[in-house]
Design a protein around this ligand. Structure first.
Ligand SMILES: C[S@@+](CC[C@H](N)C(=O)[O-])C[C@H]1O[C@@H](n2cnc3c(N)ncnc32)[C@H](O)[C@@H]1O
Length: 247
């Protein structure tokens, strides 16, 4: 399975930059409602798992499973498209920053709905990739990535399980280093360690990555980035397409 190989390859330094962002976690945990038992699909190293509920994690990559803390929730190997549980086994199923990697996102969502009474997924609407300056000015290749194409049809995906979508602002000092996290801290994208925690950079390939970083570095030095993005500097949070899908 290609995606498992991807995270078995690129996941080695995941925890260096990827962790629970408390303000996004609060939104996810509120959406879980009064669920006592929670399945975390595509759980990775355990970010966003609620500490006060009974969590079972499911994650296909052995490298990601191996980086979970000893006191993290138990984790089994598996994929969203084929959940090894009876119908309605959990009060809720959650998934964070993972659906764009699934081979069949609609099948995965239907599986979550089959095994749980409530479904909560944190993801990004990528129907307008140019709303993020990094795509617009430096990385047009983002729009062609399979994961971007999947999430560009988010309303259809949500419709498959009758879910609603709620916007989630990304704070300027977001603690979780996902692709959009550094929207007001552009220098972060110059750091190799930051980029290695974001699968987009591996997906676009080294030529596009090197070009984008080179051009961004030059624009930061010349003041062109600041000129183009003057309106962002005053914002404490931004709508970059982050959404909660809730069913
Ligand atoms: C960006 S990480 C997110 C991990 C974690 N949820 C978090 O928020 O840090 C994406 C995860 O999705 C997993 N994944 C990929 N394909 C999957 C699938 N078909 N079903 C479930 N998880 C999958 C990857 O192995 C990886 O651990």
């Amino acid at each position: 399975m290609a995606t498992v190989q991807l995270y078995d390859t690129i996941g080695a330094t995941y925890t260096a930059t990827r962790r629970t962002e408390p303000r996004i976690a609060a939104r996810i945990w509120a959406a879980l409602g009064d669920a006592r038992t929670v399945l975390n699909v595509g759980a990775g190293t355990g970010s966003y798992e609620p500490p006060d509920r009974e969590v079972l994690a499911l994650e296909p990559s052995a490298l990601m499973r191996a980086q979970r803390q000893p006191d993290a929730a138990p984790c089994i190997a598996g994929s969203a498209e084929n959940l090894p549980f009876d119908d309605q086994s959990f009060d809720a199923a959650m998934a964070v920053c993972t659906l764009h990697h699934w081979q069949d996102p609609t099948a995965g969502l239907r599986e979550m709905q089959r095994v749980a009474r409530r479904v909560v997924v944190f993801l990004f609407d990528t129907s307008n990739p140019d709303q993020f300056w990094l795509n617009r000015d430096y990385l047009p290749e983002f729009a062609e990535l399979p994961g971007c194409r999947v999430l560009a049809s988010l309303p259809e995906l949500a419709g498959a399980i009758d879910a609603r979508l709620e916007p989630v602002p990304v704070p300027w000092d977001c603690a979780d280093g996902f692709f959009e996290a550094y929207w007001r801290r552009p220098e972060a994208y110059l750091e190799e360690g930051v980029r290695r925690g974001i699968s987009v950079w591996d997906a676009v390939g080294p030529d596009a990555e090197n070009r984008a970083v080179h051009e961004l570095r030059a624009d930061l030095a010349s003041g062109r980035w600041a000129e183009r993005n003057r309106d962002l500097v005053a914002l404490d949070q931004a709508d970059l397409g982050a959404r909660l899908l809730i069913a």
